[in-house]
Write a protein that binds this ligand. Structure first.
Ligand code: ADP
Ligand code: MG
Length: 405
């Protein structure tokens, strides 16, 4: 992969695909809850602008719903607050187009001077961005590609998506990898190339269906896999435990059982929670208490790891030489249910070897706890992307950058 240092950008219109999919405040104000991904995307944008490029940033936010651009644009979320935040961090205004390939985008791009930076509206407002139909995506990609003379793939958090702005646009232009993508790939390469042992993995987050595929490949790599968060309930149910109203993917139980059996055959240790914080409802001020996994109340839902689980996880990480952590082990957005995730964040920070935190929410949690980022070897901006890399999958957004132009 070539980098931006290998190309001349002065006066050229450069399309930069960044990952600016920041978490928004859960209370629905639309405020940016954590701007880590904007900060991580800053170096490339700033460098290109500094070298006289005309920078056009492409990015997505959330999962817009609706059949047409108009419906999606009306429902949001808009990237406008993200453009404003990027402008503050850059120290120069970022002009914003209210559409993706429409008249506003056209005007915004044509009025760019050298060093100027613009952002187009949420690419996922265009249903073609994520279409499974190659021709539909290609047509949209063609319209986007006309805006640029060079493509920079820097949106690591989206490289596992076969989406128009990630996969199809780079095929139509000279292309290079951005600094963030190069850095992320290098760390993942280290994790998968003869890692120091024991290698511990912590997986949390909401649903096991997101992460079961990676568990298969992690069995080749890790010595211990600690399962927490919402996904733990399906694992607990697979072992015959009651889980009340907790998030459960009953259809994943057979797959979870198969993964557990395979781990046993290979001598990989699977560690599940032993106690949980059970709340009366999903709310920051819900009544809650600690319960053992063997006695989960029917009308409650699990929202965090209990104190014994926190200690168990810390113990299982204490002697690790390599750690990969993806996914909060509780609903950390609610301070009352953040203790489990904090315990994991602290245990990982205390490890001496290579530690990688992957995932937008996990990274946001670390920063919300005020743990210095340098306590970790690397904080990845891409949860899904880093998991798919570890799965050994081809990542479309990386493949697209590798081919010769
Ligand atoms: P990352 O972004 O780090 O990859 P995920 O997106 O997979 O992580 O998962 C993060 C989400 O999982 C958080 O919003 C968190 O609230 C949620 N979560 C964690 N534990 C639970 C739980 N017990 N019940 C419901 N949601 C949970
Ligand atoms: Mg997430």
């Amino acid at each position: 992969m070539r980098s931006i240092d290998d190309v001349d950008v002065l006066g050229r219109r450069v399309l930069v695909r960044s990952d600016l999919n920041v978490p928004l405040d859960l209370s629905g104000t639309g405020d940016i809850a954590d701007d880590g991904r904007i900060r991580a995307s800053l170096p490339v944008i700033s460098k290109l602008s500094g070298r006289g490029a005309r920078v056009i940033v492409l990015a997505h936010l959330g999962r817009p719903q609706g059949a047409t651009f108009e419906e999606r644009a009306a429902a949001g979320p808009s990237l406008r607050p993200v453009a404003a935040r990027l402008g503050e961090l850059l120290g120069r205004p970022v002009s914003f187009a209210t559409d993706v390939t429409g008249p506003s985008a056209g005007e915004t791009v044509s009025s760019l001077g050298d060093e100027d930076v613009a952002m187009l509206e949420n690419v996922r407002f265009e249903p073609a961005e994520t279409s499974k139909d190659d021709a539909e995506r290609a047509a949209f990609a063609g319209r986007l590609a006309r805006f640029g003379e060079l493509y920079v793939g820097d949106g690591f958090g989206a490289v596992h998506r076969r989406h128009a702005s990630v996969y199809d646009v780079p095929g139509l232009l000279p292309r290079v990898a951005g600094d963030l993508v190069l850095e992320e790939v290098e760390v993942l390469r280290q994790l998968t190339t003869d890692p120091a042992r024991p290698f511990g993995v912590v997986l949390g987050g909401k649903k096991p269906s997101d992460k079961l595929a990676v568990i298969g490949n992690l069995l080749n790599l890790a010595d211990r896999i600690l399962i927490g968060g919402g996904m733990a309930y399906t694992f607990l149910a697979a072992r015959g435990h009651e889980v009340g109203n907790s998030v459960l993917e009953a259809d994943q139980i057979p797959a979870v059982k198969a993964a557990t059996d395979e781990a046993e055959r290979r001598g990989v240790e699977f560690i599940l929670p032993v106690d949980l914080v059970a709340a009366t409802r999903f709310a920051p001020d819900a009544e809650h208490s600690v319960v053992p996994v063997t006695d989960f109340p029917a009308n409650r839902e699990g929202v965090d790891a209990g104190p014994q689980t926190r200690a168990l996880f810390a113990e299982k990480l204490a002697d690790a030489q390599t750690v990969f952590w993806n996914g909060p082990v509780g609903v950390f957005e609610f301070p009352a249910f953040a203790a489990g995730t904090r315990a994991v964040a602290e245990a990982v920070a205390a490890v001496d070897g290579l530690t990688v935190v992957g995932g937008g929410d996990s990274a946001a949690a670390v920063r919300a706890f005020g743990i210095p980022e340098k306590s970790y070897g690397h904080i990845s901006t891409g949860g899904g992307a880093s998991l798919e890399y570890l799965e050994g999958k081809m990542l479309p957004g990386l493949t697209a950058l590798e081919e010769d132009s």
